[in-house]
Design a protein around this ligand. Sequence first.
Ligand SMILES: Nc1ncnc2c1ncn2[C@@H]1O[C@H](COP(=O)(O)OP(=O)(O)OP(=O)(O)O)[C@@H](O)[C@H]1O
Length: 257
Amino acid sequence: MLLQGVTAGYRNRRVIEGFDLPALPPGTLLGLLGQNAAGKSTLLRGIAGLGRASGTIALDGVSLPALSAARRAALVGYLPQSLPSPSPLVAYEAVLSACRAVRGDLSHAQAEAAIARAFQNLGITHLALRRMSELSGGQRQMVGLAQVMVREPKLLLLDEPTSALDLRWQLSVVQAVRDAVRASGAIGIVAIHDINLAIRACDQVAVLAKGRLLAAGPPAQVVTPDVLAESFGVASRVEACSQGVPVVLVDRALSVV
Ligand SMILES: Nc1ncnc2c1ncn2[C@@H]1O[C@H](COP(=O)(O)OP(=O)(O)OP(=O)(O)O)[C@@H](O)[C@H]1O
């Protein structure tokens, strides 16, 4: 995946400016970090083709903006920050309709197998026959993710997919995404506020600050007190937990962000 010179924004407002990321090899899960309003959602929407964007946005050597909307939708799975609506459909039907929307090529049996895989990989098979309107917010968020995963896209763009989830589900869902990305050689880009979760689960992280890329690379190299001070305006320490994984401890907010 190549993102170079990417700009993204809105009709009267450029939010992302000259975003250059070192090429991401297949099977990479990238955590997109940055304070509120840094431009994470704007960038994801631009890459997905749902918002204004220019520059090089290429997957496996193919320029995504040059593709038809249908072809791009088949390659790119996008999960918005908002939760799926509490419709009267059962979760299975919601995932089936998401699958059918871009994978009309699948036979009935193949679609059923893909749906079963998506539910199983996320560990939510027990929700399949529950009505969306009767699920909790976190459960609906997991079904929303199943709607994206069932498409088995080559590029997954997930905007805060764990915002409604508890501790256990945050970890298991992000690990399921990472496993799916690795197994299929896809690319996952996940906007995430929990830095420790990103360190634990992502292969690489990219830190956005005021619409520009501040730092990118393996989490242990990128997440430093200096970067956290500049991007989030906090004084922090990065220590190692008993398993040797870096853990960020925030001491205080700095007065100027
Ligand atoms: N529809 C819009 N029109 C104009 N400006 C917008 C629009 N949506 C967002 N913005 C602006 O773009 C900037 C980046 O917003 P964006 O939602 O991309 O940030 P973010 O990093 O995803 O933030 P958060 O962590 O709070 O979700 C903000 O200044 C926001 O006010």
